[in-house]
Write a protein that binds this ligand. Sequence first.
Ligand code: GMT
Length: 369
Amino acid sequence: MNITVSCHPTQGGSGIVATELSTALAHRGHQVHLVACTRPYRLAEDSGVVFHEVQIPMYPLFRYPPHDLSLANKLAGITKEFGADIIHAHYAIPHAVTALLARQVVHPQRTSIVTTLHGTDITLVGSLEEFYDLTRHAMIESDALTAVSEWLRDETMKRFRLPRPPEVIYNFVDTSRFNPTGRAPYPADGGEFHLLHASNLRPVKRVADIVRVFADVQRKLPARLTILGEGPQKGLAQELAAELNVCSRVTFTSTANDVPAMMRSAHMSLLLSDYESFGLAALEAQACGTPVAASNSGGLPEVIDHGRNGLLCGVGDVSCTAREVVSLLSDRERWEKMSAAAATLAHERFGLQAIVPLYEELYKRVLED
Ligand code: GMT
């Protein structure tokens, strides 16, 4: 098949999923074109995916550069030049809308549109009055609509009352890269535990809770924390780390060349968001054998079984999370069991080999229709 993918290329999970899916599809013999305003950082040179950068011309009359029109024009151009069976839009705003426009420009009969909802496109951006009608229209007009968890499917129906619910296709992890081979063992007596938080540090991630939980944990166990990512709450997290006197034990890093290695080096990953539609960072950590402590909210309970491959506490319940983390890390046998279960379950339930064929089947169904 010939598939054109459009996504937000930043550090957000939707761009990662789009990039990983594009790469997996290319490896499976499909022709894949990926369109974004910059090259997604996860897109490897040898991915087999053809990358197209959207150029946004400046013009004095435009107060804001019309990115979405340039994107639609680019999608139309690629469809015309290479012939696309499918345009797969990741994140409803603006990608599903621009895909509809591109299809209108070229040949309406031949190109099908698949839209994947990722979370904040429904819960935050798409629900804004300024975008609501357009988001709903684009979802209804897509030939297929998917959501990355049951929670997101239900949330979409609640907010948008669509004529048919999105189909759930869970996110996936490439276990040839994210796996426990070479992972940090349980520390020897007196050794230090490594805690990790990876996100785009937006308010929804509750980064202050991460620092608070860590401050509590390191009072009971030797530990250090890495916060991986960039975002608006970074300053707040730095200030709080100083206030709680844990600065020297907290490392802020904006990039990791080798994300799986970073995850393997951690004994525990923390994702304490208000909600996550799925929580890709949690899945990737689990695949590396790193148990995750997360909020019992959104789609996270679909990814984490409390006590089996991770820990769940209520949103904002810092003392519950710190207590659960300390209890797990203090028990070598339990931690090792949970680490192994995390990797096994990630592979079995959410491995690339299990999930990518579901997208291929969906594409086939859409084309047959
Ligand atoms: O919140 C983010 O980290 C960014 C956002 C995005 O769309 O890039 O992530 C959403 O999509 C991810 C991939 O499907 C999910 O794993 C995240 O849970 C989801 N974020 C939220 O729902 C807050």
